[in-house]
Design a protein around this ligand. Structure first.
Ligand code: GLA
Length: 460
């Protein structure tokens, strides 16, 4: 909706969209029936876009762009009553209070999410089949319990404002029951904005109501993605407030629900994620099924280790293992990095069609144990050069996980020193990927291009 008014002070105008609510027109000028103005989506990192609105009789031709969406359309003249009905209802945020830990997510959440493989082409039947495959493949028993429907399940709101699933999900409660009966859990996705990133209904203005609906359906996990909320919530206090609002609403339901914050690592989210009730928070933009992207996230954008630990985890995004865009060695690096980082392990491939190599990468018990170690330490690099990195992660039983990463395109010999492990005498070394012991004095390992070796080292 376009509203332009003229007073003695000159022109002013507001454009209202379902995605971003009311957006003030910037630098508005009107000449010969054509308005020129700038529109910003609120993200301070994205420059305002240039718009025009040209009046031709009763038609107003509007042209411009917000974020990815382009508009080049005729608008029709409306009455003041229409405008009033369409004006956005702005809602308030709660004042800041730190929520107490709720004892969930003592180790990083493990499961599957629909997004990386299916985007929003996801439906009830596929989710049930994925659940069946999770059990049949042994992945459930390896620790993967959450089945998360990402963007694309939402339909329209009912007359009372409650959110309904779309036609692809006929009965969300029945789906949750189906998963629960298999020892699995169901996750959903929403946004603090009016629209999600893929354009579905967000929770703006319905936060408490949506939390109650999720709890009534039996939902166990919520990913809350900033998306169009960035038009409303821009400062750290506002973004934190928006996440606190849903965190409180989830708590108020009394149902244990894992709360995943997705605002791409902005505004130092790791320092406040727990206090708004978050159990994990994204530290980056989106992963894709490419070595270069995965490596950038896993090596360099995995968040400050000091923020991670039982109850709250840095989330460098979901797994791509099994989606076909990386080599087996590259996927081994992906799993090794995520395990060393104590990152959430949310698979993102089609479990119904999984080859042996993929299931071996995902089900290795020694590797999963590093990720899920009760001490909850996020591992870090102890030495690096242009091609290689050595990481360690202290484990609850007093041993150390040691990962040797080859970031180059040629094989490398990588070594570690006892000093890097904190031990003066090493008594046992296990190669976790090969699932076999290694001589306690072996220090040098040949690591394939873009590959990794993961060791469990015990000593005194
Ligand atoms: C954002 C998130 C992704 C995914 C999509 C869904 O891009 O970062 O993980 O949830 O939205 O639209």
């Amino acid at each position: 909706m376009i509203e332009i008014s003229h007073t003695t002070k000159g022109y002013s105008g507001v454009m209202t969209s379902d995605w971003y609510g009311p957006m003030p027109m910037q630098n508005l000028t009107v000449e010969n029936g054509v308005a020129h103005f700038g529109i910003s989506n609120g993200n301070p990192h994205v420059p305002a876009k240039t718009w025009t609105a040209a009046l031709n009789g009763d038609r107003l031709h509007v042209k411009g762009q917000v974020w990815y969406g382009k508009l080049d359309n005729d608008a029709v003249r409306g009455s003041e009553a229409d405008a009033k009905a369409r004006r956005f209802h702005l809602s308030n945020l709660p004042s800041y209070t730190a929520l107490k830990p709720d004892g969930l997510a003592k180790t990083p959440p493990m499961g599957w999410s629909s997004w990386n493989k299916f985007a929003d082409h996801i439906d009830d039947k596929t989710v049930r089949e994925i659940a069946d495959a999770m059990v049949a493949s042994g992945l459930r028993d390896a620790g993967y319990r959450y089945i998360n429907i990402d963007d694309g399940w939402q339909g329209k709101r009912a007359a009372d404002g409650s959110i309904q699933p779309n036609a692809r999900f006929p009965d969300m409660k029945a789906l949750a029951d189906y998963l629960h009966n298999k020892g699995l859990k169901l996750g959903l996705y929403s946004s603090p904005g009016p629209k999600t990133c893929a354009g579905y209904e967000g929770s703006y203005g319905h936060v408490e109501q949506d939390a109650k609906t999720y709890a009534a359906w039996g939902i166990d996990y919520l990913k809350y993605d900033l998306c169009s909320g960035e038009a409303f919530y821009q400062t750290q206090a506002q973004i934190r407030g928006a996440y606190q609002q849903m965190g409180q609403a989830l708590r108020a339901t009394g149902r244990p629900i894992i709360y995943s914050l997705c605002e791409y690592g902005r505004d130092n989210v790791g320092s406040w994620g727990r206090s708004v009730g978050g159990h994990l928070w994204r530290t980056t933009g989106d992963i894709s099924d490419k070595y270069s992207v995965m490596a950038k996230l896993g090596f360099d954008k995995n968040g400050a280790a000091s923020n991670a630990g039982p109850g709250g985890w840095n989330d460098p995004d979901m797994l791509e293992v099994g989606n076909g865009g990386m080599s087996e060695d590259e996927y081994r690096t992906h799993m090794t990095l995520w395990a060393m980082s104590a990152a959430p392990l949310l698979m993102g491939h089609d479990l119904r069609h999984m080859d042996k190599a993929t299931s071996q990468l995902l089900e290795n018990p020694g590797v999963i144990a590093i990720d899920q170690d009760a001490k909850g330490i996020q591992g870090q690099a102890v030495s690096k050069d242009a091609n290689t990195e050595v990481w360690t992660k202290a484990l609850a039983d007093g041993s150390q996980a040691v990962a040797l990463f080859n970031r180059s395109k040629a094989p490398q010999v990588i070594s570690f020193t006892p000093a890097e492990t904190g031990f003066t005498r090493i008594s046992k070394v296990t190669d976790l990927w090969r699932q076999q012991g290694v001589a306690t004095d072996k220090r040098q390992f040949k690591v394939p291009a873009h590959g990794a070796v993961l060791l469990k080292v015990t000593g005194v």
